[in-house]
Design a binder for this molecule. Structure first.
Ligand SMILES: O=c1ccn([C@@H]2O[C@H](COP(=O)(O)O)[C@@H](O)[C@H]2O)c(=O)[nH]1
Length: 248
């Protein structure tokens, strides 16, 4: 990736504008699927015009080779979409840097990281990613029920998520993750400057319009689209509902 590229934060905003969609497709293909690269390509072709980015998780990053992932990322880019590696990076500086090298070589535009690594670790990670032309999105409050046992812990009289938000801002991260199932937290963090990525729509009980109205900038959606009988139809329906709710 070249250093002279437009920053990730602007690339994804431009993609969302062009596609008129804040949907980040979580390309979480079921393990039962035989030909994962072919199924991934079929899904991207089907929903590419209704989304602004694709997010890949261990569902693809573990079973596929680096060249298979690179080919998927090329397809993602050919549709004018951004690609996010959701590995919730959370390690020592050296290991994080090696991960960024491999991910950017595979064509990813951004990585999701865990601010639990500390202020310095997160800042070093953001610096390394930015040098490689990639972005970093920091977890602030996850979407699953157990999130309160970690991100909701009281530390120094406030929720750990507030500290994580400060770390993300201080480190110069390109966005934060707050679950669509955590509307109160979403409303609180929406007041700050970082774009908010919100997973937990549909399969986890969150609602797309409510999340947008509560301050989410991007919606991460997986199973509701990927496992639907007609993924394009579902993606288009969600996209239209969001557009309508934004105009209200
Ligand atoms: O707090 C978080 C952070 C990441 N995720 C990931 O997003 C998708 C959601 O998939 P659905 O099928 O729409 O539930 C998945 O890849 C998670 O690992 C999250 O859900 N919550």
């Amino acid at each position: 990736m070249s250093n002279s590229r437009e920053p990730f934060r602007e690339r994804i905003a431009r993609a969302a504008d062009a596609k008129k969609s804040p949907i980040v497709l979580a390309l979480d293909l079921p393990t039962s699927k035989r030909n994962l690269p072919a199924f991934a390509a079929k899904t991207i072709r089907a929903v590419g015009q209704h989304i602004c980015a694709v997010k890949m998780n261990f569902h693809l990053i573990l079973p596929l080779s680096a060249s298979e992932i690179s080919r998927i990322n090329k397809l993602v880019h050919s549709y004018g979409l951004q690609s996010i590696a959701d590995i919730k990076l959370n390690d020592i500086e050296n290991t994080n840097e090696v991960a960024i090298d491999h991910l950017t070589r595979m064509g990813f535009d951004a990585v999701i990281a865990n601010p639990f690594i500390g202020k310095g670790g997160l800042a070093a990670l953001v610096q390394k990613a930015h040098k490689a032309g990639a972005g970093v999105i920091a977890l602030v409050y996850m979407s699953h029920p157990g999130a309160k046992e970690g991100f909701g812990l009281e530390v120094g009289g406030r929720g750990l998520y507030s500290e994580f938000l400060e770390r993300a801002t201080g480190a110069g991260a390109d966005g934060i993750v707050v679950g669509a199932t955590q509307l109160d937290i979403l409303r609180q963090v929406a007041k700050q400057q970082l774009p908010v990525y919100s997973p937990g729509i549909g399969a986890q009980g969150g609602d797309a319009e409510q999340a947008i109205r509560s301050g989410a900038d991007y919606l991460i959606i997986g199973r509701s689209i990927v496992e639907a009988a007609q993924p394009a139809k579902v993606a288009k329906e969600i996209q239209s509902r969001i557009l309508l709710s934004v105009r209200k």
